[in-house]
Design a binder for this molecule. Structure first.
Ligand code: ARG
Length: 250
């Protein structure tokens, strides 16, 4: 083979490689991979096969502004956090409380919702106040700030993969109460047809944000810009209203 012909072939191969990389890179740039734990109504839950909820609607609105599409994966809550921290997924979107402990391992966008931990008890039971539950056995969802709060405050803790299982433990008489995020407590308790009630005493104050890998500043800036837009133009408020959530992000 002549030297020039060989060079030509090499050049052609390089060009093909460049085109392929550009296509691959381009396709990936327009997809945002999202890890969520769809066991958390009304923020994310299954409706048949479909994952729906306030977080999902919010993220769809953000994605539209960013010109990307979402690829949503349902996994355990702790795995969603780890998945975002390691970069396995671009983001974790899961009613995630942004706190200092987590900021050591992952980065957060601006806040979008103010939540608190709430207590669910049996409607006909003996526990009517947070105080009466001191040292009692309380169930919660594994890996959550609710679990951490209970561990820090000397309760006997029973952790479950889902909030639904935590509430089943309560109705089965295995635990004295459930601790979970307030809006979710209301949603889960409402399904118990009057058997359970949510106490009117918030235990904590927490802010939800979207999690991503440390140093992912460009993505955070893009999400924050889109989030600011949907906060300002009323989109986020109407999404929250649709799911019966207060709009009190700021
Ligand atoms: N806000 C709590 C936390 O960050 C609970 C979140 C649980 N989310 C879920 N989709 N299961 O720990």
């Amino acid at each position: 083979m002549k030297r020039s012909k060989f060079l030509c072939l090499v050049l052609a191969a390089l060009m093909l490689a460049a085109v392929l990389t550009a296509c691959g890179g381009g396709a990936k740039e327009n997809v945002l991979t999202v890890a969520t734990n769809a066991e958390f109504p009304p923020f994310e839950y299954f409706e048949g096969e479909k994952i729906v909820g306030a977080d999902i609607d919010m993220m769809e609105a953000i994605a539209e502004k960013m010109g990307v599409t979402l690829e949503i994966t349902h996994i355990d809550f702790d795995a969603a956090l780890t998945g975002a921290a390691t970069g396995k997924y671009d983001i974790a979107l899961s009613g995630i409380t942004a706190n200092d402990e987590r900021r050591k391992n992952m980065a957060f966008t601006d806040d979008y919702y103010v939540a608190s931990q709430a207590v669910i008890v049996m409607a006909d039971g003996e526990y009517k106040t947070v105080e009466s539950l001191a040292g009692k056995t309380i169930s919660c969802q594994e890996g959550t700030t609710g679990e951490q709060y209970l561990l820090d405050n000397e309760y006997t803790v029973q952790s479950f993969k889902t909030g639904a299982e935590a509430i089943s433990a309560l109705t089965a008489g295995k635990v004295d109460a459930v601790v979970i995020d307030d809006a979710v407590a209301k949603a889960l308790s409402a399904k118990q047809e009057g058997k359970t009630v949510v106490l009117d005493e918030p235990m904590t104050k927490e802010n939800y944000a979207i999690a991503t890998k440390l140093g992912n500043d460009e993505l955070i800036a893009k999400i924050n810009a889109a989030l600011a837009e949907i906060k300002a133009d009323g989109t986020l408020a109407s999404i929250f209203t649709k799911y019966d959530l207060a709009f009190d992000a700021e």
